[in-house]
Design a protein around this ligand. Structure first.
Ligand code: CTP
Ligand code: MG
Length: 190
């Protein structure tokens, strides 16, 4: 592996994760309306809270799939689709769904934990806020496409792609939420 190969491996690891990065900001834009828990409580506290809505779930999830389809399209137009990380379309289109809906499910899991901790909607819980969606995306994708996760993020130098992705995700999450807050579309800057 040359330094260039390693850099490319890291770049691909970030590129293919875009379908998991998009759903949360998209949910902020599409969200609203009926909450997923329909206002139900559990031990006196909301199950998920008003910040997790059906529109955010499907709007966010489908936005991630849509951007992934565009990425696969770009890879095909380039003439060497295998270089772009998703591989052959029909065997791997499912990856877009598990990355994207895994992200929204992870975000919901994060809210479930926050409500159990007694934190109100929008309260800040460092690490959980930044990584709940990433954990959801990896878990769901590892369940359905373990070989892809292994070859993209674990084996050999690919572990570096995972490490850089963890750092990039943290920074992106902070920056995008601050922008969303300043732009007036998000209630809190985290
Ligand atoms: N959102 C949504 N549906 C989702 C996820 C997000 O409608 N499934 C929207 C909500 O308007 C939410 C905003 O995106 O307020 C920001 O998302 P997030 O920060 O995850 O929610 P919080 O409101 O901070 O709530 P929580 O404390 O549960 O994270
Ligand atoms: Mg929040």
């Amino acid at each position: 592996m040359t330094a260039w190969d390693i850099a490319l491996t890291v770049l691909i690891g970030i590129w293919v994760f875009v379908p998991a990065l998009l759903p949360n900001p998209a949910a902020v834009l599409f969200g609203g309306g009926r909450p997923i828990d329909s206002g139900r409580t559990w031990n006196g506290k909301r199950i998920l809270g008003d910040g997790k809505t059906w529109r955010g779930f499907f709007g966010g999830g489908l936005a991630g799939v849509a951007v992934g389809l565009m990425q696969i399209g770009i890879a095909y137009l380039s003439g060497s689709p295998d270089l772009w990380g998703f591989g052959p379309f029909w065997s791997n289109a499912g990856i877009l769904f598990t990355l994207s809906f895994g992200a929204v499910l992870g975000d919901i899991g994060g809210s479930l934990i926050k409500r159990r901790m007694g934190k109100e909607r929008g309260a800040e819980v460092p690490i959980l806020d930044q990584y709940d969606f990433l954990i959801g995306a990896f878990l769901l994708t590892a369940l359905f496409h373990p070989n892809w996760v292994y070859s993209t993020y674990i084996s050999g130098w690919n572990i570096l792609a995972l490490i850089v992705l963890l750092l990039v995700t943290y920074v992106l999450h902070r920056v995008v939420n601050i922008i969303g807050y300043k732009a007036g579309v998000k209630n809190e800057p985290w």
